[in-house]
Design a binder for this molecule. Sequence first.
Ligand code: NA7
Length: 532
Amino acid sequence: MPATSFDAVVIGAGFAGLYMLHRLRGLGLTARLFETGEGVGGTWYWNRYPGARCDVESVEYSYSFSEELQQAWDWRERYPAQPDILRYAEHVADRFDLRRDIRFRTRVTRAAHDGAAARWRVETDRGDRVSARFLITAVGCLSEARVPGFPGAGSFAGESHHTGRWPHEEVDFTGKRVAVIGTGSSGIQIIPVLARRAAHVTVFQRTPNFTIPAWNRPMPPEHARWVKDNYADIRRTMRGSLFGIAAEFNPGSALEASEQERRAELETRWAHGGPGFLGAFSDIAVDARANEMVADFVREKIRKTVEDPRVAEMLSPRDHPIGTKRPCFDTDYYATFNRPDVTLVDVREAPIEEITPTGVRTSAASYEVDTIVYATGYDAITGPLLAIDITGTGGTTLRAKWAASPHTYLGLMTAGFPNLFTITGPGSPCVLSNMFVSIEQHVDWIAGCLSHLAETGATVIEAGRDAEDAWMRHVGEVAGQTLYPLADSWYLGANVPGKPRVFMPYAGGVGAYRDICDEIAAKGYEGFVLSA
Ligand code: NA7
């Protein structure tokens, strides 16, 4: 008889779930991990589209918890490609012998808290019925793929794929006419690669995004050596930073710099590429005029790169401040639109009305294509949590509690749902950070919390309602001091019709956030209610 009773159930075998499982084992706790996919890797298991690559530097997009692991693993490029990240996840799963506690191809469908027994009762789509004292979600922030409900989508005669649900078999684009719908990070990565493979690519753009060159390159061996020798310092910088990356942030103001100084700083950072570009000045995220100067610089680069001025203007974002939507980092994105076999279509002017058996019809024209790529994004942050039917104390469901907006204490727990931990949940820095930094911080904090419960004889921990209300007010106030709420972004659910418009991540920075979490723990888990 397989075991059905555990200390903890973990949902998701991405980097959060893998590390959580490892820490639970270290605490001597029994655990079962359920994963929908057939393998480990989470985001990197699902996002297999051509050109899929992380836009955080590889040496920073990795675990820090094991010195042996970080010394043993060699990254091949400045930014890791999806197959390399997946290999890394598999290596970690094997190295720490994690697979024996994972049930693959199994989706958790329901979880209900049984108050009398102080246990979570968990059900899966394969008929599992298990119970655990602790339920820990490691479901990722961008795992609930979203295809807009275009009429006729089912009638399309060719292949169609969402970037986040890409098939495991090679999709052949040779000689094909391809439609790409969406120009977020995924669209921006796949479009230049498809342009080189397909006969013709038609890009359906609703909103142009700012994208900065990544300047990916093979990892120079001397840099890899230097990183390994200096990992302790690099990790310290990342942990104390705003976004969990080691790039240097200039504390100076764009407004106070002279025109010449400003240009020099931006040119240097453009030439370096990657996420450090937005660290050019300290006021980019908070001052509209400073932001506009940087946005203007990028629009100028677009005009210099894209030969057709009409296309350059179509690609130039003007409806949101730079950095208020998830910044994109690209390889050859703007230059791709100089190719004769790439067409840009503005679907803000003329929206997509239907998918026909032979292509895409907008209100202005029809486009015949063989393959459709949906790079249309995700029901972010709350979507993966609310996809599970979770019931807490007194029959209250998470869906009902969060109907108007997600409500958490530190993004880690939510009142009325005892012993439920949400790794990188709403109200934590989550997507505003290098996910590895946020994942490790949450997992370590949860592990510390579980040890504390064991040491003090408590069996149940729950977020206090007052602490939770105060935290959500704080999350809202911090976001209100920035320009983030000005964009219709998935950070605030604007991409999902009917989703409450609330800025979900904590914008105070991973360093400040870590200090708050640590202080709360040091004060005996202030704001949480602990009971035997
Ligand atoms: P994003 O960033 O949410 O991008 C989705 C894109 O799809 C975006 O350009 C959307 O336009 C577009 N979209 C969505 N619905 C439609 C409809 N109905 N018609 C036309 N265009 C549409 O998702 P990604 O997968 O690119 O990136 C997700 C994150 O993964 C990324 O930020 C990294 O963190 C990794 P819109 O801007 O809404 O007008």
